[in-house]
Design a protein around this ligand. Sequence first.
Ligand code: GSH
Length: 232
Amino acid sequence: MSDYILFYAPGTCARVPMTCLEEAGVSFESRVVSFIAKEQRDVDYLKLNPAGKVPVLVEDGRALSENVAILGYLGRRFPDAGILPPAETEFERCQHVSDLAFCASVLHPIVTRIRIPERFCSLDGARSDVWKLAAEMMIPHFDFIDARLGQSPWWYGEKWAAMDSYINWVWFRVTGAGFPQERYPNLATHAERIAARPSVQRVLARETAGQEDLVSRGLNYGFQPVASVPLD
Ligand SMILES: N[C@@H](CCC(=O)N[C@@H](CS)C(=O)NCC(=O)O)C(=O)O
């Protein structure tokens, strides 16, 4: 019997808390949610998270949603896992929350527009407009992140933290949707460091198993990339 259940879908932002659970070395069950079958809108799932989103972390029958809350909880619950960096003061702790919220509230909505622009337009041919506007919105954020990652291997210096996996998920998602990588060498080498972590390899194996389960049930999520649009 696992201590935790994590509801996730392959490739989604649930990869970040899943990585933290692996880094903490705790036993957890990962339960795949099919977006094609709209399982995130099932009555029972909405009882766990009324927003109908992954991730959801279940502990002792209680559900926690929203990455900032889940990552903050896991960071405090497993202080030796390095999920959150050390903080001397309440102000520093809140700065770390602010970093995670930057990923969740600023970057993630841009990711969604780049990945699934059709959710934000109805006119034929407007997908590429939404993609382009969102990609241009991402540029100053990536400029800032890339410059910071040029100063040290990880976001907070010499050690991995959840923030690194969150940034890497954003990078993985948008570069997988045609966002150009060339301007961001530090994000690219950071991605190589992330991929080398045993925790991440275990997460990818779980995602692959989940993906195979979806495919076997005829529930593969068919991603439709936008044809390449030059950025200004
Ligand atoms: N603010 C939420 C965002 C979660 C979210 O948007 N999850 C996406 C996957 S990356 C999702 O579940 N999408 C399903 C849907 O919108 O129907 C968090 O940080 O946990």
